[in-house]
Design a protein around this ligand. Structure first.
Ligand SMILES: [Cu+2]
Length: 254
């Protein structure tokens, strides 16, 4: 089982690294004064993938250079590691949760790789506590810039199968990787939360593997589209001055 986990994570690192070239775009440094004091609230409803029976909800708040995420999900495989990520398209296009038709090799599972065209690569590892990874002194906090942290950095799921996360992620704007991750995550309503991990044939994420049932920490088991629920900030106020009826849409203009 350990071999499967390690090889699967090597694959995930490759998946993340493959987005790096695309993401090599000049970044904005520091916060503009108009961003101070702004916050935007988001939510996501998590629905099952791969017949996992996993359901859940997520609340997110972007406040300056801090992103707070809280997730409660039920029905996960008890006592096993469950990586969780914010996924999204590096192009900025709207990401989607994969349909069953994403199972292009018709093995009955939408693997992490088959789902990637729909939800895009990892943009943020939902580790708790916030975890830096990579090789010192070049440790960074955010994917896709330094691969993926160990499964032990993600919240553990107990015997009840509940997944609970409450964590604030702070972007260190002195680091280019964090600046790019912040830029990538700013349009949070185009991104998705994906939870992973369930038993499946070894061959699902390891093509050379057998049909033996093993624990696959990468198998997508739930996905939820992130949408805006409210915001407060200068942009909001300016829009309100012109037309109070458009206030709820103001966050799209930031
Ligand atoms: Cu993921």
């Amino acid at each position: 089982m350990k071999k499967t986990i390690l090889s699967a994570f090597t694959g995930l690192s490759l998946l993340a690294t493959s987005g790096l070239a695309v993401a090599a775009i000049p970044t904005r440094v520091g916060a503009s004064p108009t961003e101070r004091g702004n916050f935007t609230n988001y939510r996501a409803t998590l629905s099952e993938l791969n017949d996992s029976n996993v359901t859940g909800t997520a609340q997110l708040t972007f406040d300056g250079k801090k992103l707070s995420v809280s997730i409660h999900a039920e029905g996960l495989e008890p006592g096993m590691p469950h990586p969780a990520h914010i996924h999204g398209k590096l192009t900025g296009a709207d990401a989607m949760c994969p349909a069953n038709s994403a199972d292009t090799n018709n093995d009955g599972f939408v693997s992490v790789f088959e789902g990637a065209p729909a939800y895009g690569p990892i943009k943020l590892n939902l580790t708790s506590p916030q975890t830096a990874f990579g090789t010192p002194p070049n440790t960074v906090l955010f994917a896709p810039f330094a691969g993926s942290p160990s499964v032990s950095n993600f919240p553990s799921v107990g015997s009840d199968g509940d997944f609970d996360l409450s964590q604030t992620y702070t972007f260190d704007m002195s680091k280019s990787a964090d600046r790019e991750a912040y830029r990538q995550l700013k349009a949070l309503d185009k991104q998705h939360i994906v939870l992973h991990g369930d038993f499946a044939p070894e061959s699902v994420d390891t093509p050379s593997g057998s049909s033996a049932i093993v624990y696959d920490p990468l198998l997508p088991v739930a996905c939820g589209e992130i949408s805006i629920t409210g915001s407060k900030g200068k942009t909001n106020v300016q829009v309100k001055m012109h037309n109070t009826k458009t206030t709820s849409h103001s966050a799209h203009r930031q």
